[in-house]
Design a protein around this ligand. Sequence first.
Ligand code: TRP
Length: 340
Amino acid sequence: MQASTTENKNHTILTGDRPTGPLHLGHFVGSLRNRVKYQHQYQQYIMLADAQALTDNMDNPAKVHDNVLEVALDYLAVGIDPTKSTIFIQSQIPELTELTFYYLNLVSVARLERNPTIKQEIILRNFERDIPAGFLTYPVSQAADITAFKASLVPVGEDQIPMIEQTNEIVRRFNRLAKKDILVECQALVPEIGRLPGIDGKAKMSKSLGNTINLGASPAEIKAAVRNVYTDPLHLRVSDPGHLEDNVAFIYLDAFDEDKIGLQTMKDHYTRGGLGDSVVKARLEGILQDLLAPIRERREEYAKDRGQVLQMLKEGTQKAREIAAKTTDEVKAAIGLKHF
Ligand code: TRP
């Protein structure tokens, strides 16, 4: 959905990332770009989901720890402004864990096992029968994240829609139990532009697949990545007609080239035959170098003063915690957990 500015000024957004690695162009297209826009239109909370990241990284907590700051640098580099968006660290808000513990009683194990996102991720991670209980229940933790801020809009990729459905089930159950609308139902905000494929043509750009272009990539890394971008395997000679479907060079140009007319001319020439991949890739490289240069420079600038970035995260976390604590008080009061 595309929400209009004036109509939805009062909406609250909660979104987040698992800090398990540097962010890349896929994140830029799928979420970061929109967050820069949303921060002017909505009350926006952006969470570094380090506790959730541990549900499948408990063997490597240092990775999660170190990437909290790296992802925060990516946020700042793309233009997320901590005076407009509240950026915070999930693990530093114990109320989120507390809410999770209560909500766990509103969900059955069978329902969690049926969650399509969880089912898919269990296969991807080869958990088989050894599913960490924390992993199986992370949708409940995600419901806690969303409801703690009474978020009505949750920008997520398509794969996260079952999480939103599960959250709303918890909200409805809780409110029925409380006989009062304490928690707020939310709506997924799915980006109009679909997922960006990896440079190898695989459906998803992903660190674990090694097919990304990172936001902090150096000019040489960008150049090498573009050289390896999957195009049309049937386009052997320059004179051969080329195909645009599944052609990653053109998919990226569609996402980043603002000169739509020039791009269309190039597409026509390519499909007719007589245009080499190297020309298409040169155009793509120029666009990506221009896009990423200021992001990389800002990132390097912020990285010089990590203390200042940590301070920003601390302030954001304090502000977020106040909101989460207020909701937690309401939740506890509604279920008989207020004694003094
Ligand atoms: N599960 C999300 C992901 O894997 C990250 C996340 C955690 C999140 N809590 C959230 C997203 C709450 C939106 C709202 O990307």
